[in-house]
Each structure stands twice: as C-alpha cells, then as structure tokens.
Design a protein. Structure first.
Length: 411
C-alpha cells in the first residue's frame, strides 16, 4: 500500500513583531501642526478681541457724535459747544455754515476719542499677547530644556540618566527617544570598555609580575655566572619598561573614557607630592626644583591629577641640561582657573614640533628616546587627564631652551 506523504509543515512564525504602520505625516501631532494651530488660534482670538473692542468704541463714538451740539430755543440757535455769536441779524446762510462747522467739530472730536482709546486697547492687547506668547513658547520648548539638562548631566558624570519624555508622538518625543537609545549604546560601550580595561590590567600585569619575580630570584642566586646575571639585569630592566608601558596604556585608556568622580583637590598639594617623588632623581641629575605654589582647589580625581603633575615634573627633570639645570613648579588661581605651570631649562625645541610631544610614542629627536626617560606616554596621559577634567594643557618653547607647560583646570 503506498505511503501517503505527510502534509507540509506550517512555516515558522516570525520571531520579530512587524513594525506598526505610522499614520500619515499630516495626521501626526507634529510640532509644526501644533505650533500652526497654537499661533493661528492666538491670532484668531486676538482678532476677535480687537474687533469687539473697536466695535464698542465705534458705537460709543457714534453715540457721542450722534447728539446734536445745539438747540433751537424760541426761534434762536444756542449751543454750549459751538460759538453761535452773530453780529447783527443772522442770515440763513450764516446759520447753516455755523451749524455745519459745529457738527464737523463734534465728529472730529469723536474720531480723536476713538483713536486714542483704540491705541490704548492695542497697547493692552500687545502686552497680553506677548505675555501669553512667552508662556506658550516656554510650554512648547520645555521638552527641549529637559533634553538639554539631561545632556549636561550625562556629559558630567552620569551615563545612566535618561530623558523618558512623555507626551504626543511628535518631533521632540522622537528626538528624546533617539537620544535615549544613543545613551543606551554609549553606556554599554563604556561599560564594556571598563570591563576590558580591568581584564587587560589583570592579564597583562600577571605575567610581567611573574617574570620579574623569576628574574629577581635568579639574580639573588650567588652561584649564577656573571654572564647570566648581566643577562638577568638586562631582562629585568626590559621587564620593568614593559610594566611601565602597560601601566601607561591602561591609565591613558581610563583617563580618556572613564567618568571621573570629582572631589576637591588642591593643585599645590598635588604638585608638592610629585616633587617629593622626583626629588631623588633630580638630585642625581643635578637639577634644582624651585617655585612657589599657592593654593588652587579644583574638583577632580586626586590620583589622576597627581599623575599630570608627576609626568610633567619627571619630563622636566629628565629632559634638562647636563649642568646647572632647574625646574620651576608653580600653582595659582587666574580668572576662575586653577593653573599649574612647569617650566625647565633644556634643549631648544622648535615651536612647530610642540604638537608631537602630546602624541603617544612620539618624540622629537634621538636625545629624547633613551630607555631611562620613560615610554613616551607621559604627556599623552597628562593631556587626556586634563581633558577629562574639562581643562587643557598647553606647551610653548622657553627662550634659551626648555619648555613651559601650562595646565588650566576649572576651579
């Protein structure tokens, strides 16, 4: 008996929900339509009010102008408004001319009154219209203010902030939703990068620490031949340089992208700590460290700010003249800015090569490439930390040789 084929299986249901069809543009409550209705309604209401006021004023003026300014008493024409004094017996032409002049005068008076009151009504309506328009504009633009405040908070320290704008599905709602989606992506990217930096820190430091331990144990063995000890010292120096490079790269990544927790930090104290850490090296090289440091408090991360000062002072000591060199470190407040200045004697640096100093692993000449002078990341780290604090760092050649490094941070 032939086998009956099974009926074909039903196609799988889509795992995605079809996008709901949006209404036509002219039916959406867009900002353009809302503003059109709002200001059109305002002009309509203002026109109705103005027309009503003009009608009432005109009716009052006609009422005033409709009253005869004269009376006929006992066959004689008298008036409290017009002058009906005639020399001799008045003729009919003279009486008619006087009456016509009196009526015209009364009509002109009514028109002047209408004009004056209309101007007063226009001024009053203008004040009301401007006040109402200001209030309506503030109400319409309030979502933009909310978006701006949220963007400032996000730019400061908090990537978890969201706008979550309620209201009709208009352009502002679409802008706020797009901004929230962008913040979600940024927060995920920053979180992933912080996680990567933490993992890389552990994975890179561990083998270098093991290598250093093994080399130190080997060097401590008194039975090791001199050749192996010399090789061990060379490898230990290379390992130490690799550790400095890894630390510098990780610090550069954190200072460029991590949101900084801000606390009051005195630049004078930070500079003094950096000088204390560099004083021994300066004495070995015969470099004098001097300068007055006035209090200059900023809001920032003390560890990263100390790294700026330490990198600048170390560079100023290491790239100096062989004899009678000096480094001057000063701090002060200038126009609401906390300023750290590190200047030194040293080789002449062309002005057009200043920008290369802040690029990672970039040096100017061969005298700046010695292994005992760092790994080429000091100024790059200093610039990244300064930018993360909302400040900047500038370098300029000093007359006679050396550099003047100026760090400005908002106080």
């Amino acid at each position: 008996m032939p086998t009956v084929p099974a009926p074909p299986a039903a196609p799988p249901k889509p795992t995605w929900e079809p996008k709901q069809q949006e209404p036509p543009y002219w039916l959406r409550p867009t900002i353009r339509i809302r503003l059109t209705l709002l200001y059109g309604g305002m002009f309509l209401i203002a026109g109705i009010l103005l027309l009503s006021i003009i009608y009432m004023l005109a009716a009052q003026a006609l009422h005033v102008g409709g009253e005869l300014p004269f009376k006929i008493v006992s066959g004689r024409v008298t008036s409290d408004v017009c002058n009906f004094s005639f020399s001799g017996e008045p003729t009919s032409d003279a009486v008619n001319a006087a009456m016509n002049s009196c009526v015209n005068h009364q009509r002109q008076q009514a028109l002047d009154t209408l004009l004056n009151r209309s101007l007063l009504a226009l001024v009053g309506l203008s004040v009301i219209a401007f006040a109402f328009g200001y209030a309506m504009a503030g109400r319409v633009l309030s979502p933009l203010g909310r978006i701006t405040r949220t963007a400032r908070q996000v730019a400061g320290t908090d990537l978890s902030r969201r706008i979550e704008l309620d209201g009709p599905d208009d352009e502002l709602k679409e802008l706020a939703d797009t901004f929230d989606e962008m913040l979600d992506r940024l927060e995920r990217a920053f979180t992933a990068q912080q996680r990567f930096v933490g993992n890389a820190s552990h994975e890179l430091r561990t083998p270098l620490a093991i290598n250093r331990t093994l080399l130190e144990v080997h060097l401590s063995d008194p039975q090791s031949p001199p050749e192996l000890k010399q090789l061990g010292k060379t490898l230990l120096a290379t390992n130490e340089r690799s550790e400095q490079l890894v630390e510098g790269l990780l610090l550069l990544a954190r200072s460029d992208n991590q949101v900084i927790e801000r606390k009051p930090v005195d630049l004078a104290e930070v500079a003094s700590r950096a000088i204390d850490q560099t004083r021994g090296e300066a004495e070995e090289r015969g470099v004098e460290i001097r300068g007055e440091r006035a209090p200059a408090v900023v809001q920032g991360n003390g560890v990263l700010l100390e790294r700026i000062a330490l990198n600048l002072v170390q560079n100023a000591v290491r790239y100096n003249v062989p004899e009678r060199g000096w480094v001057e470190v000063t701090t002060e407040l200038q126009s609401g800015q906390a300023v750290l200045v590190v200047s030194n004697t040293g080789p002449v640096v062309p002005a057009y090569e200043i920008d290369n100093l802040f690029e990672p692993f970039r040096r100017l000449r061969t005298e700046r490439t010695g292994s005992d002078k760092g790994v080429g990341l000091g100024l790059s780290i200093a610039r990244s930390v300064a930018r993360a604090h909302g400040g900047r760092i500038l370098a300029e050649p000093r007359e006679g040789g050396g550099l003047v490094m100026r760090v400005s941070l908002p106080a």
